[in-house]
Structure formats: C-alpha cells, structure tokens
Design a protein around this ligand. Structure first.
Ligand code: 8YV
Length: 312
C-alpha cells in the first residue's frame, strides 16, 4: 500500500507531482472542501508533509502521530516549528543552492529598477508622460556602497553581482566571516548609515524578526534604498510605510511581505517602491529543481537512504 503524503501548498510542477503520485497517495489540501476534516480522516496515515511558505503549524504536526518527514519546497524553513519537529524526531528538508542564482538575480533586478527608475520609466512611457518631458534622473550604481544583511549563499551571490556593477560591498550578519573580502559591520544601524543600498538576504524567523526597524531605516537616510528578498518579517512594515511616506529613504524594492499575498494598501500608490509577488525562485528551471529535491528527499527517506538536503 502506498504511503500518504499531505501537500499543503500548490507549488510542485506537473512532472514532479507525477513522480510523487507514482510513489505516494497524495492529498492536495488546497483542493479539499473541508481541509480540517480531511486531516482528521487521514491523520494516522499521513507520514509526509510537503509545504513551501505556508506554515506547517505545531497544531498540524501534533495532529499527525505518524509524521516522519516535512519536505519544504524553499530554502527558508521559518514556516516550520523546528523545535517541535526535532522533539518528535521528524526529518526536515529544504531546497538550498538550486535557487541561489535566480533569487540573487531578483535582488539585483530590484537594485537596478530602483536606481534607474525602470518600472517608473515603463509606466511613464505607457501613460504618455514622455510627451511632456523626460523622466526625472536616476542614480548611478558605479562606486556606490551596498550593504548586505545576511551574507549566506544568496547574500554572497548578490555581492558577486553588485561587484560586477563596480559597487563597494559590505555586510552585516551574526558573525564576521574571515574568508570574505567584504568589510563587516557588527551593527546594522552603523552599516545602514554607511551604505546607499541595504539589501536583505538573511533567513526569516524569530532571530531576524523586525531587524529592520525605524532606526535602521532612518540611518539609511533620504538617499538610501532598501531591497528585501529575504522575508517580510525581517522589516517592520509599519516603520517602512512611515519612512517611505515621509521620503525618509529614497525607495524600496520588495519581493517579500509580512502577510503574503497581502500587500499593505499604502504601498500600492507610492512611486518610490517596486513591488514583486515573491518571485525569487520563480523560474521554470529552478522550480523544477526545487520540486525534484522535494521528491528525491521523500523517496530517499522512505527507502532508508540518506537525505539529499536535510535542514540541520
Ligand atoms: C519560495 C523562498 O519558497 O526558498 C525560499 O525560501 O522564499 C522561495 O523560494 C518559493 O517561491 C515558493 O515555492
């Protein structure tokens, strides 16, 4: 008899879904009319959960007595209560590396879009404003300073790209990385004061919640830009709205939000922001590789083989 896998979010592409269905009895929770009742009916059989960004709540984990593995289709695991999973001996896997380049490219796109008014410029042409005069000038990237908060895999990939644009890269993180060529700032406010672009690449979760508050944004200043490709939770959205409204920073490029897919209404009417619907990893190639990792981790687990990408 096939084992039961519960998928709580619709992200796997058809080819990976097919492999999953060949090997498991699959419950697509988003298709169920009464998800609660489905979980109750199947709770003893569900041995695997697949998610992405939606929370795998403690309540859900506690409701599944035979859960063995959570395969997260994301590099971030801030949607999973790791302490609860660890205490129960539930394996957790994520999808690192395969999404690094694409996510870094979105970070770079936001830096470019803000500096050179790319999105604004597109709108300017479409609505016919060009007939009345040129778009206001942008700022050059050459020689500007970018501060990366979270110099992990994605942060390093962003740094490499920004260097290629002749930008000076510095970083902030939990600790100094001796093998990195970039200047380290222990204090985020100090780094924000020093940079033209603050690019958030750190992991989400309690450790980084509201890391970027009013003080940090104020330090970034009226000529500074914020780019967030990390998690919405890293930025205090209230503080960001206030500072943007008062032109306390030059602009913000946001791929992530605190309560996705909800985007604060106030942002929608601001000219100095570029808003994306969390597309860091959203290419066919990368989502395929992420899905393959999810499926291979599940198969490895139930075949008694080592996991490909266990989250430690
Ligand atoms: C999303 C991400 O998970 O990997 C992460 O942590 O935020 C993204 O890759 C993805 O967009 C949803 O599958």
């Amino acid at each position: 008899m096939k084992k039961t896998a519960l998928i709580i979010q619709h992200f796997l592409l058809p080819a990976e879904m097919k492999v999953l269905e060949e090997n498991f009895r699959v419950i697509r929770l988003w298709k169920e009319r009464d998800p609660e009742a489905t979980i109750q009916e199947n709770k003893k059989n569900i041995v695997a959960v697949v998610s992405s960004l939606l929370p795998v709540s403690t309540t859900l984990i506690e409701a599944l007595p035979n859960l063995e593995i959570i395969a997260n289709m994301a590099v971030g695991v801030d949607n999973i209560p790791m302490d609860v999973a660890r205490a129960r001996g539930i394996a957790v896997t994520n999808t690192p590396d395969v999404l690094t380049d694409d996510t870094a490219n979105v970070g770079l796109s936001l830096v470019l879009a803000l500096a050179r008014r790319i999105v604004e410029g597109d709108m300017y042409v479409r609505v016919g404003k060009w007939q009345n005069g040129p778009l206001p000038l942008g700022v050059s990237l050459t020689g500007k300073k970018a501060g990366i908060a979270g110099l992990g895999r994605i942060g390093k990939a962003v740094a490499k790209r920004l260097e290629a644009f002749d930008m000076d890269v510095v970083y902030h993180g939990r600790s100094k990385q001796e093998d990195q060529p970039y200047e380290y700032y222990e204090d985020l406010v100090e780094m924000a004061k020093a940079v033209d672009f603050l690019v958030l690449c750190c992991a989400g979760g309690p450790e980084t919640e509201n890391l970027v508050n009013y003080k940090v944004l104020e330090a970034l200043g009226p000529k500074g830009f914020l780019v967030n490709i990390a998690r919405g939770s890293v930025v205090n959205e209230e503080d960001l709205l206030i500072i943007l409204r008062n032109q306390g920073i030059a602009g913000a490029g946001l791929d992530v939000f605190a309560a996705e897919p909800h985007v604060p209404e106030a942002l929608l009417t601001m000219d100095n922001v570029v808003l994306l619907p969390h597309i860091g990893s959203a290419t066919f190639e990368t989502r395929t590789e992420m899905g393959q990792l999810v499926v291979r981790n599940l198969l490895a687990h139930f075949d008694g083989e080592p996991l490909l990408t266990p989250y430690q």
